[in-house]
Write a protein that binds this ligand. Structure first.
Ligand code: DHB
Ligand code: FE
Length: 310
């Protein structure tokens, strides 16, 4: 038998088994599976060389653009991982607390920290309704969680996130809030509208080719950490958004669409620059955190930070 002439099956076997060292068995197993699936796709769908090299060129441009995290969300992978965690929770009888929702690719660590309350839009020219959100962080027994650390971040009125969208200040519309002794938090910002994937980008190329839109409904991200409690990554949605049930990232969840009351603010919000009588969109929302089973579940690292330390 020739050592260098292969059938497809022989080539695949060779690719997946050749080695001079042990390497990483988990990586080997995963790559073998993915390569096998792609061989099968190319074979069964008669992928032409031109199609194949166009795809690799797109992947190169996608990598260079830093937009990989946008693609994963749009193809459902981020939500898939949440569903898997939800299923594991249900199996273990611990499906409780505020639902998790995807982190998204646009978190940035190091936002300014303040106690009890924050004004996310204080240094921002963003336009929109004055938005106040307030409530408590609780554990699943309903006990207030003092000194929980809550990262909050969202897009401006054109769907731009600071750090990723040109022209915004470093931590514009990003803050970290420490809950007070009663577990309370509150913040002022501008009510965000929806978000859309960047036009004329590797991301938009793919979704155009798929005949899909790239819109996310208006949302605000949260990342909440407290000792002994399971880190909660979630989002809230603004009610009434056109894309609420048609999210490009499939990340809307029941229980995370907030109630909004349009009211004249009572006294008591002056420290957030809101005089009594100011028209505000107010939402009251409590976050409920599960107990952590181990240190890893209580990790203060977001998914992006975990990748950096892995
Ligand atoms: C994407 C953008 C977001 O703001 C988000 O929360 C999740 C995903 C994206 O562009 O894929
Ligand atoms: Fe987002």
């Amino acid at each position: 038998m020739s050592k260098n002439e292969f059938t497809v099956a022989q080539l695949l076997d060779r690719v997946n088994t050749v080695r001079v060292a042990e390497g990483n068995p988990r990586v080997r197993a995963l790559v073998a599976r993915v390569v096998s699936d792609l061989f099968k796709t190319i074979d069964e769908m008669d992928v032409t060389p031109d199609e194949f090299w166009a795809a690799t060129d797109w992947l190169s441009r996608l990598g260079a653009s830093g937009q990989m995290g946008l693609i994963t969300a749009g193809l459902g992978f981020d939500r898939l991982l949440d569903i898997k965690l939800d299923e594991a929770d249900a199996q273990a009888g611990r499906a409780a607390g505020t639902p998790r929702a995807i982190e998204g690719p646009l978190y940035v660590p190091g936002a300014p920290l303040s106690k009890g309350e924050a004004w996310l839009s204080e240094d921002s020219p963003s336009k929109g309704e004055v938005f106040v959100m307030e409530g408590r962080v609780l554990d699943i027994d309903g006990k207030p969680v003092a000194n929980a650390l809550m990262d909050v971040w969202h897009a401006n009125e054109v769907g731009g996130y600071s750090h990723f969208f040109p022209g915004l200040k470093e931590f514009e519309l990003r803050r970290k809030i420490e809950t007070d002794a009663q577990g309370r938090y509150r913040f002022r910002s501008v009510l965000p509208p929806g978000y859309a994937i960047p036009p004329n980008s590797p991301t938009s190329e793919l979704f155009d080719a798929l005949g899909r839109h790239g819109h996310r409904p208006a949302h605000v991200h949260f990342f909440i950490v407290a000792p002994g409690l399971r880190t909660l990554t979630t989002q809230i949605n603004v009610p009434g958004d056109t894309y609420l049930d048609d999210d490009f990232a499939f990340a809307t969840r029941d229980g995370l669409v907030i109630d909004l009351k349009r009211i004249a603010a009572p006294a008591g919000y002056e420290s957030l620059g809101i005089a009594a009588g100011t028209q505000v969109a107010l939402s009251t929302f409590d976050f409920v955190m599960q107990k952590a089973r181990d240190d890893d579940e209580a990790s203060p690292l977001t998914r992006m930070a975990r990748v950096a330390t892995a």
